[in-house]
Design a protein around this ligand. Structure first.
Ligand SMILES: *Cc1c(COP(=O)(O)O)cnc(C)c1O
Length: 392
């Protein structure tokens, strides 16, 4: 491959366009014509189908994963004076929601191999105020959950999983979304399943019932059934809830996407196999791993550049790929580098050395079911070409 003459592809290859077919379009139109466009029968059906698909006892459809993480904290009564431990290598909402409930985010550095939260670092950060651990299944690779569950049981803490990348994934043969106190999935436009914007929270039925209250103004719609002979117009507000409900327009997309998910995942895995085969032989990069005890959801395909072998930085590598018509991204700018968190908690880059070091060499390549084998070959050739051109 190194000896081949490089051919720049004719058109720009986008990073992660959604896979929307005529079936999703028809489902949206059908919903618009149905006279029920916000939360209604399609949302209920999507919740049931999703819960069945992953084997979760209950599911709550929402307008985002962020909202799901927020109400998980609220439903557990976590707030002022409490601490929640999460990872620095995540999308910022994982930390923001902890701030939203008035608790303090505590960061525990990641494992170098998987870039998921390191249970030993979590153990080192426990205090009597720690109420929950929020692991992120980075790129779709489940975090090492067994030691986290043990810590949670010993210290009476909740486990709230950020599974925005982990649909569908397994840890020790068990499906992510069926394991913790709460698990939040994202259906944002780039995720493995999309509803444009959207999310799903899974957990035990009584926990999901509590979260449901928090998700829609704290309105208890069952109140009239139990306590009064009033009609269905009657409700009682029992907590100061939020406005995070999913619409039937979104659910209509989700129902179709769920039918297509297995095929999406098969295509993702086939692409990953091509990437792994090609990049395992390239000295300038380190390929991602899939531990034996997990099934990876492969939301992201992340390379780590071996910068000591290159004459350019990660940012320049990205520019060189862009010049070759290949879009890439970086997941993620660590939480502790953002000005709000840096200033509020006085965090320095080296406070979380693994996250900081790996961040500087991370690059995410296009990975989505619409990529053709020719597209994948273009990505591989472009990476090889940049690596060869800027070899030290
Ligand atoms: C996308 C993402 C989220 C947020 O999902 P939304 O549905 O946009 O709120 C949360 N965590 C991680 C790790 C993500 O990548």
């Amino acid at each position: 491959m190194q000896n081949r003459v490089f051919q720049r592809r004719a058109t720009f290859l986008p990073f992660s366009p959604p896979a929307i077919s005529e079936e999703e379009i028809a489902a949206v139109v059908d919903t618009l014509r149905s006279d029920w466009i916000t939360t209604g029968p399609k949302t209920k059906q999507f919740e049931q189908l999703f819960a069945e698909y992953i084997g979760a006892p209950a599911a709550l459809a929402l307008n985002s994963c962020t909202g799901g993480l927020h109400i998980a904290l609220a439903a557990l009564g976590i707030g002022a004076g409490d601490e929640v431990i999460t990872t620095p290598l995540t999308f910022i909402c994982s930390a923001n929601v902890i701030e939203h409930v008035g608790a303090v985010p505590i960061l525990a550095d990641v494992e170098p191999e998987t870039l998921t939260i390191d249970p030993e670092q979590v153990a080192a950060k426990l205090t009597p105020r720690t109420r929950a651990i929020m692991p992120v299944h980075f790129a779709g690779h489940p975090a090492e959950m067994r030691p986290l569950w043990e810590l949670a049981a010993q210290h009476r803490m909740a486990v709230i999983e950020d599974a925005a990348h982990a649909l569908p994934a397994k840890y020790e043969g068990r499906v992510i979304g069926t394991l913790g106190d709460f698990t939040a999935f994202s259906f944002y436009a780039t995720k493995n399943l999309t509803t444009a914007e959207g999310g799903m929270l899974t957990g035990a039925p009584e926990r999901i019932a509590e979260a449901r209250l928090w998700s829609l103004h704290g309105m208890n719609r069952d109140a009239w059934k139990r306590y009064s002979s009033e009609g269905s117009w009657y409700y009682e507000v029992v907590v100061p809830g939020f406005k995070y409900n999913m619409t039937d327009i979104q659910a209509a997309i989700g129902i179709v996407q769920l039918k297509r998910l297995a095929a999406f995942q098969a295509r993702r895995r086939a692409i990953v196999a091509q990437y792994q085969a090609a990049f395992s032989n390239l000295e300038a990069v380190q390929v991602p791993t899939e531990r034996a005890n997990v099934e990876h959801a492969w939301h992201l395909y992340t390379l780590r550049l071996n910068l000591e072998q290159l004459r350019i930085t990660r940012a320049q590598f990205i520019e060189e790929l862009r010049a070759r018509n290949i879009a890439t991204s970086v997941h993620f700018i660590p939480v502790h580098l953002h000005p709000y968190y840096r200033n509020r908690y006085g965090w320095r880059p080296e406070d979380f050395p693994i996250a900081y070091r790996e961040y500087q060499r991370l690059i995410s390549l296009p990975l989505h079911p619409r990529l053709s084998d020719a597209d994948v070959a273009d990505v591989i050739n472009a990476v090889y070409d940049v690596a060869a051109a800027f070899r030290r």
